[in-house]
Design a protein around this ligand. Structure first.
Ligand code: DX5
Ligand code: ZN
Length: 228
C-alpha cells in the first residue's frame, strides 16, 4: 500500500445487506469505492455486535483493494493475530480499548499490517501525540461508535485540524468515520481528512443486484468533498 493523501472513499459495510456481504463488497468496489471499511463490534466496548475474524476472512476474496478493519473491541490484543490472518490491510484499534495501545500498534505492524488509531469524540489528543511513530492512520470518530446512521458531531472538526497540523509530513492518513454525508464531507476534508468512511450515505438506494445508486452516491460524495 503506497501512501498518498488523495481522497479515498471507504464505504462501511455496516450499512450493507448482512445476508449478502460478498456481493455487496464486489458491487461497492465495482462502483468506485477506494477502500472497504469493515466495522467489528463486540457488544462490550460498544453496545452492538457485528462479526469477527471468520467473517473478515470470508470477505477477503471478495475485496480486490484495501480491507480497512475497524476494531471496536476490548480487549483487542488477543485478536490482532486473527484479524491479520484474516487478510486485513489496515487494522484500526481504539485508543480507549486498553492500557497498552502502543504495544498493540507495534503488534499490528509486526504482522506487516498498517496500524490505525481510532479516537472517540470524548478523547483528546495528548496521547495521540505520543503514538505518531507507530501510527499509519488516525480515525477520528465523528459519532460515538456502535451504530450507523447517527448525526455528524461538528465539535470534532477542530480536532481533525489539530491532527493535520500535528502529523506534518508524516505518512499518516486522517480518516473520518460517522455521519459523513454530502453536507459534512466537505467540512471533514477542509479540516484535513483524506479518508471518508460512510455507511448509510453510500448504500442508500441500491442493492448488490442493482448497484447503480452506489456509484451515484460515491461520485456525489467525491464531488462534495472536493468542493470544500
Ligand atoms: C460507527 C462505525 C461507522 C459507521 C458509519 O460505529 O464505526 O463506520 O458504520 O456509518 P454512517 O456513515 O451511517 O454514520
Ligand atoms: Zn468504522
Amino acid at each position: 500500500m503506497a501512501f498518498d493523501r488523495s481522497l479515498k472513499i471507504a464505504p462501511s459495510i455496516l450499512a450493507a445487506d448482512f445476508a449478502n456481504f460478498g456481493a455487496e463488497c464486489r458491487a461497492i468496489e465495482a462502483q468506485g469505492a477506494d477502500w472497504v471499511h469493515v466495522d467489528v463490534m463486540d457488544g462490550h466496548f460498544v453496545p452492538n455486535i457485528t462479526f469477527g475474524p471468520a467473517m473478515c476472512a470470508a470477505l477477503r476474496p471478495h475485496i480486490k483493494g484495501v480491507m480497512d478493519v475497524h476494531l471496536m473491541i476490548a480487549p483487542v490484543d488477543p485478536f490482532v493475530d486473527a484479524f491479520a490472518a484474516a487478510g486485513a490491510d489496515i487494522i484500526t484499534v481504539h485508543l480507549e480499548a486498553g492500557p497498552h495501545i502502543h504495544r498493540t500498534m507495534q503488534a499490528i505492524r509486526s504482522k506487516g499490517k498498517k496500524a490505525g488509531l481510532a479516537i472517540n469524540p470524548g478523547t483528546g489528543l495528548d496521547a495521540v501525540s505520543q503514538l505518531l511513530d507507530t501510527t499509519d492512520l488516525i480515525c477520528v470518530m465523528t459519532v460515538n461508535p456502535g451504530f450507523g446512521g447517527q448525526a455528524f458531531l461538528s465539535s470534532q472538526l477542530a480536532k481533525i485540524s489539530s491532527i493535520r497540523q500535528m502529523i506534518g509530513d508524516r505518512p499518516i492518513h486522517i480518516e473520518v468515520d460517522g455521519g459523513v454525508t454530502l453536507a459534512t464531507a466537505p467540512l471533514a476534508t477542509a479540516a484535513g481528512a483524506d479518508v471518508l468512511v460512510a455507511g448509510s450515505a453510500l448504500f442508500k438506494g441500491g442493492t448488490a443486484l442493482q448497484p447503480a445508486a452506489y456509484g451515484e452516491n460515491i461520485r456525489a460524495l467525491r464531488k462534495a468533498a472536493a468542493d470544500e
